[in-house]
Write a protein of this length. Structure first.
Length: 108
């Protein structure tokens, strides 16, 4: 298996790919959906919402945070998480461009 050569792609292509990769697990989608549902920064409640062990949830949160999809703020002994609107804006712009292009394209 060869190494990926991310330097051959634009910063925007790499950003979209990193976000998409982080969203490539159903537990991470469930975390995002829960954060949207509560519509606020939350601390320990995420573990109670998923059928996963606390260390597994922490790993998924770490992946989402590394991709810039969520933000975490330290409050006391907890880290409170919320969705980072910048990543969502990047995805929205990307998919809007695709939709616009596809709607104008006559394809098989």
């Amino acid at each position: 298996m060869g190494a990926t050569k991310t330097e051959h792609f634009t910063a925007q292509q790499n950003r979209i790919a990193n976000i998409a990769k982080a969203l490539g697990h159903p537990a991470r989608i469930a975390i995002i959906e829960y954060l949207m549902k509560v519509n606020e920064c939350i601390c320990g409640d995420i573990v109670n919402e998923l059928p996963l062990a606390q260390p597994t949830v922490s790993q998924h949160l770490k992946e989402l945070k590394n991709a810039g999809i969520i933000k975490g703020n330290i409050e006391g002994n907890s880290i409170c998480y919320c969705i980072d609107e910048k990543a969502i804006e990047v995805l929205n712009a990307y998919f809007s461009k695709i939709i616009e292009t596809v709607s104008k394209t006559k394809c098989c």
